[in-house]
Write a protein that binds this ligand. Structure first.
Ligand code: ZN
Length: 194
């Protein structure tokens, strides 16, 4: 359909709680098409509706790296049913151009959502997979939570945000994740983690 402009960090709508979808209307179908068009245009992994200016509970993910392995997954009214383990993840977000920082995530998630036809599905993301992280990241967007709220080092995050001309971390949104942090420190990082 069309490539949309990304809502950037600083916009108050990124902090809003999004509304449930009550009907898979034409409008929702167009929204999903726009999410994919925008995601692929920007070479992203996931994109949530609030990031293109629609505060509804919809996001899309594609962890495929080339056109042959494209694997688009649409999540409507998602619920995270189970989350386990902890992992450090070096993450960014299309709403924060070129800003990456270390965040805490669960290793594994089990999610329930509706697909574009309104059919419920269950999905278990492998431990430590990109899909598991992407689900948590995009799900957060629906509740107005941003990846920097999970940052492991507020000063590291502030430094990179400032360098990119973005507002620093807002302490009011920082999440207390003591258990996740302890769990991460117990496990040695894998080579791709920093
Ligand atoms: Zn994001």
């Amino acid at each position: 359909m069309s490539i949309k402009k990304i809502v950037k960090y600083g916009a108050s709508s990124l902090r809003e709680k999004s509304k449930e979808v009550h009907k898979i209307s034409k409008k929702i179908q167009i929204l999903v098409d726009d999410l994919y068009d925008t995601l692929y245009a920007l070479n992203g992994v996931g994109l949530a509706a609030p990031q293109i200016g629609e505060n509804v509970r919809v996001f899309v993910i594609d962890v495929g790296t080339d056109p042959k392995t494209m694997n688009p997954i649409t999540f409507i009214n998602p619920k995270i049913l189970k989350k386990e383990g902890a992992v450090n993840s070096y993450e960014g977000c299309l709403s924060f151009p070129e800003a990456y920082t270390n965040v805490r995530r669960y290793k594994y998630v089990k999610v329930k959502a509706l697909d574009i036809k309104g059919r419920p599905f269950l999905l278990e993301a492998d431990e430590g997979s990109l899909l598991a992280r992407a689900i948590q990241h995009e799900f957060d967007h629906l509740d107005g939570v941003l990846f920097i709220d999970h940052c492991r080092n507020r000063f590291e995050a502030d430094k990179i945000l400032t360098e990119k001309g973005l507002n620093p971390v807002d302490a009011n949104y920082l999440l207390d994740e003591k258990e996740l942090e302890e769990e991460i420190q117990k496990n040695p990082p894998s080579p791709e983690e920093k």
